[in-house]
Design a protein around this ligand. Structure first.
Ligand code: C2E
Ligand code: MG
Ligand code: MG
Ligand code: MG
Length: 282
C-alpha cells in the first residue's frame, strides 16, 4: 500500500509540474498578446512636495487590463515577464506612454517635477538600451528634463563597466536616477558614491513602522542626512497617514508618495486631479 501511495504522489507531483509548465506557457502567450493588443497601461501615483504640498511629478506603474481576469497588478506578471525576457517591451511601452503624457503636460509642470519609470535590472544587459530610450524620447519630442528612472540596489551590486556607461549615457541625455526601495537591499553603501544617483526612495517598510518604532525613525533620519551630504533628494514611499507625513516633513524629507495623497490612478484621472490636459489617444 505504501508503494502505491508513493507512486500516486509521484504521479501527482509530475502532473503538478506539467500544469505549472502549461500555466507559464499560457502566461507567456497571454503577455505577448497583451503587448500586441495594448492591454498594458500606465497608472500614475503623484509625488508631493512636503513643504509646499505641490505636485512634483509621479511614478508610472504598469497595470494589465486582462480580457478575463480584469485589472492585474504588476506583482502577478513582472517576475514572470522578467524570466521570459518580456520585461524589456513592457518597460519601454511604459516609457512611451509617459513621454506621450509629459509632452502635453510639460508646460504645466512645476520645475523639478519628475515622472519616473521603473527599469528592471534586466534592461542593463541589453546593448540597445540607450538607443531604444533615445528613440522613444525623440519620437515624442518631449525632452528629458521631466523624466526619471527608478532602479533597485540589486542593479548596482553587479558592478561592471557596461552598467556605468549606460547610466552615464542616460544621465547625459538628461534623465535622473532614483534608487527604489532604498534600505531593503544590500548593506554595502560604496556604490552610492560610485554611481551618479540623484534620488533615494525610502522603502515603504520604514515609513510603515516609523510612528511606533524608534529605530525606523533613526533609520529615516540617517538616510536623509546621508542623502543631504551626497546632494541627493529623498522621496518617502508608502505614506498612508497624516502623522507619517508630518514626521517626514520634520525630518526634512523633500517628497512623499503614498495612499494618503492618492493611490496610483489612470492617466485620465491623474490629469483631471491636477488640472492637466488629457493627452490625445495615440
Ligand atoms: P515600486 O516601484 O516600489 O512601486 C511602489 C508600489 O507601492 C506600487 O505597487 C504602489 O502602488 C505601492 N504603493 C504606493 N503607495 C502605497 C501606500 O501608501 N501603501 C501601500 N501599501 N502601497 C503603496 P504596484 O503598482 O503594485 O507595483 C509593485 C512593483 O512592481 C513596483 O514597486 C515595481 O517594482 C514593479 N513595477 C511596477 N510597474 C513597473 C514597470 O513598469 N516596470 C517594472 N520593471 N517594474 C514595475
Ligand atoms: Mg518604483
Ligand atoms: Mg519602491
Ligand atoms: Mg517595490
Amino acid at each position: 500500500a505504501a508503494k502505491s501511495s508513493q507512486r500516486g504522489s509521484i504521479r501527482f507531483y509530475s502532473h503538478d509540474l506539467t500544469e505549472k509548465a502549461l500555466e507559464r506557457l499560457e502566461l507567456r502567450n497571454s503577455i505577448q498578446s497583451g503587448i500586441r493588443n495594448k492591454q498594458f497601461c500606465v497608472f500614475f501615483q503623484p509625488k508631493i512636495n512636503l513643504k509646499t504640498n505641490a505636485l512634483e511629478g509621479a511614478e508610472a506603474l504598469v497595470r494589465w487590463h486582462h480580457p478575463t481576469r480584469g485589472l492585474v497588478f504588476p506583482d502577478a506578471f513582472i517576475p514572470v515577464a522578467e524570466e521570459l525576457g518580456l520585461i524589456n517591451e513592457i518597460d519601454m511601452l511604459v516609457l512611451d506612454e509617459v513621454c506621450r503624457c509629459v509632452k502635453v503636460w510639460q508646460s504645466h509642470l512645476a520645475p523639478g517635477s519628475r515622472f519616473a519609470v521603473n527599469l528592471s535590472a534586466m534592461q542593463f544587459t541589453r546593448e540597445d538600451l540607450v538607443s531604444t530610450i533615445e528613440g522613444i524620447v525623440q519620437k515624442h519630442q518631449c525632452g528629458t528634463k521631466f523624466l526619471e528612472f527608478e532602479i533597485t540596489e540589486g542593479v548596482l551590486m553587479v558592478h561592471c563597466e557596461r552598467l556605468t556607461n549606460k547610466i552615464k549615457a542616460l544621465k547625459e541625455l538628461g534623465f535622473t536616477f532614483a534608487l527604489d526601495d532604498f534600505g531593503t537591499g544590500y548593506s554595502s553603501l560604496s556604490y552610492l558614491s560610485r554611481y551618479p544617483i540623484d534620488v533615494l526612495k525610502i522603502d515603504r517598510s520604514f515609513v510603515m513602522d516609523m510612528l511606533e518604532s524608534q529605530s525606523s525613525q533613526v533609520l529615516v533620519k540617517t538616510i536623509v542626512a546621508m542623502a543631504q551630504n551626497l546632494a541627493m533628494k529623498v522621496v518617502a514611499e508608502g505614506v498612508e497617514e497624516p502623522a507619517q507625513a508630518a514626521l517626514l516633513k520634520q525630518y526634512d524629507v523633500d517628497i512623499a508618495q503614498g495612499y494618503l495623497f492618492s493611490r496610483p490612478i489612470s492617466i485620465e484621472a491623474f490629469a483631471s486631479m491636477y488640472c492637466l490636459p488629457v493627452p490625445p489617444s495615440n
